[in-house]
Design a protein around this ligand. Structure first.
Ligand code: HEM
Length: 508
């Protein structure tokens, strides 16, 4: 008995000694020890995990920079920076910085196609080049009739809902699910008609919430994935959290993939939707494996629906809340005489509409946490400090997009005019340092698709409705859930209540 007590006490003391030694090393002797930041963050990565679980990085990263300056140590081996001087080195097209280990948490280990996480840059570029032609604006233009069909269903539905408070975020997610599915498969799960998202929003939130913290602990994550695999093999899947594979919309996509693969080649090549374009493109590029093409089709909704939903909701809400903005936008559509013809070719010439969309994604970017990258072996200099290779470094788009140096003193305000007033030089800079659709080296392959849907939806909504965002005081008086926002890698607003009034004429 006496011996066991001695062993336990010794083990505890050794454990404490080890933890203290690591904390002291990290704080005083680590190569990053000169970089300012919260004391606990310099000791242990658990500080960052704790902060991530609070889901407020869209606000707290701004406070961190305000307190500690442009370079903050947020974990023993991780930096958050805001100085645009380092942007090109980290995110530029020729960068040697790969995505950090956080991204390993996304996707399954069994597939060799995972654009979001791929750290082998040559493999990444090979795969991205192969799928890109399917997502060019020119290719996507062929699917505009499908986009119009999904939007018409939504507009008709909303005409019957005029003057009742509607949850804008919920509706934009539902719309995004229908629109993306319609454009991919020429059919829709009809969530708009059912007024229900079939649990997809809650499921995708759970998915991101889980990844947002577990990705910060790569070793723990690897063990977690092994246990998950083990449980799957013995049929105990209900014991762990769902991944995107269990989203009902993904099941819908899988059933479409299976149905199309049973079609004759003539039938399969005749579809005028994204899946049809992918099929025909694959026939010309045999190196594009069927599995890669199928996964990319799943990405359309997996990576696209909640990002598009949140972006649409933020955009419509910012336009509606800003005095004069809605009427100027409606006037622009009216003056262009295209209210019956909202084709992409016409909409891209509406400079105020384009400015509104740019401004809203600048202010409410979809990624609201550090877009972390790993410094290559040769290391780098940051604010006069030599930072060793292997250190993780990143910028939070929310912080970067509010840079006064880039956007002026009113960088925190929604002011679409800034895009129209800027000199060419300013405009180019504002565009270059924009992380809304990822970095120059790792940009979102769905950008053209997302922008096409955004432009048309925003124009169509304001063409048909005058939108009033209900104030917080009225929301509480009506007993509706209050506005909240959270970030768990992706930024999510909730409960933006709006009233849609049908317009008699476009100019009203
Ligand atoms: C408004 C809608 C969207 C926004 C704001 C958005 C934004 C982004 C951002 C910021 C990234 C970079 C993430 C990072 O590097 O950490 C990204 C990557 C990605 N997005 Fe999108 N996205 C949208 C819609 C879509 C759609 C519709 C698709 C599918 C076609 C898509 C597919 C992807 C994929 C596969 C990546 C990984 C690319 C890479 O790492 O290089 N996204 N997106």
């Amino acid at each position: 008995m006496y011996n066991i007590t001695i062993y336990v006490v010794s083990a505890v003391c050794l454990g404490l000694l080890y933890i203290t030694a690591v904390a002291v090393y990290n704080r005083f002797f680590h190569p990053l020890s000169n970089i300012p930041g919260p004391l606990l963050a310099s000791w242990t990565r658990l500080w960052l995990v704790y902060r991530t679980i609070q889901r407020r990085s869209h606000l707290s990263d701004l406070s961190l920079h305000a307190r500690y300056g442009p370079c903050v140590r947020i974990a023993p081996n991780e930096l958050l920076i805001s100085n645009i001087h380092y942007f090109k080195t980290i995110y530029g097209t020729d960068t040697k910085f790969s995505k950090s280990t956080w991204y390993d948490s996304i996707g399954s280990d069994e597939s060799d196609f995972n654009l979001l996480a791929e750290s082998n840059l040559s493999k990444y570029w090979q795969q991205k080049r192969l799928i890109s032609p399917v997502f060019t604006t020119q290719a996507l233009r062929q699917h505009q009739a499908l986009l119009a069909r999904a939007l018409n269903t939504f507009i008709t539905k909303f005409k019957n809902k005029a003057n009742e408070p509607q949850d804008l975020v919920r509706w934009m997610n539902i719309l995004a699910l229908d629109v993306l599915t319609e454009m991919t498969w020429s059919c829709s799960p009809n969530y708009v008609l059912a007024e229900d998202d079939n649990g997809n929003c809650a499921d995708i939130d759970r998915f991101w919430q889980h990844l947002s913290w577990i990705g910060l602990l790569p070793t723990f994550n690897r063990c977690y994935k092994r246990v998950q695999k083990l449980l799957e093999n013995v049929g105990l899947t209900f014991l762990y959290k769902p991944d995107t594979g269990r989203l009902s919309i993904i099941q819908f996509y899988i059933s479409q993939i299976v149905a199309r693969s049973k079609e004759s080649p003539e039938l399969a090549s005749g579809h005028r939707d994204i899946a049809g374009t992918m099929h025909n493109h694959r026939a010309m590029k045999p190196e594009l494996k069927k599995e890669w093409a199928d996964i990319m089709l799943l990405h359309v909704v997996g990576a696209g629906f909640d990002t598009l939903g949140a972006t649409l909701a933020s955009c419509i809400s910012l336009i509606s809340q800003t005095p004069g903005c809605q009427s100027r936008l409606v006037q622009e559509i009216s003056d262009a005489g295209i209210d019956e013809d909202l084709e992409h070719e016409n909409l891209k010439g509406l400079m105020y509409l384009q400015a509104c969309i740019r401004e809203s994604i600048r202010l409410k970017p979809v990624v609201a946490t550090s877009m972390s990258r790993t410094i290559p072996m040769q290391g780098m200099w940051v604010e006069g400090n030599a930072i060793p290779g292997g250190t993780i470094i990143g910028m939070n788009p929310v912080v970067l997009h509010r840079s006064r140096e880039l956007f002026g003193d009113d960088a925190g305000c929604f002011r679409p005019e800034r895009w129209l007033e800027a000199s060419k030089e300013q405009h180019d800079a504002m565009e270059y340092y924009d992380l809304s659709f990822g970095s120059p080296a790792r940009s979102c392959p769905g950008k053209n698709l997302a922008l096409m849907i955004l432009c048309r939806t925003v124009a169509d909504v304001f063409r048909h409705f005058s939108v009033r965002i209900i104030r917080d005081s009225e929301v509480s008086r009506l007993g509706l859930p209050a506005f909240k926002e959270a970030s768990f890698f992706v930024y999510k607003p909730y409960n933006i209540w709006a009233e849609f009034t049908t317009r008699e004429k476009l100019s009203t």
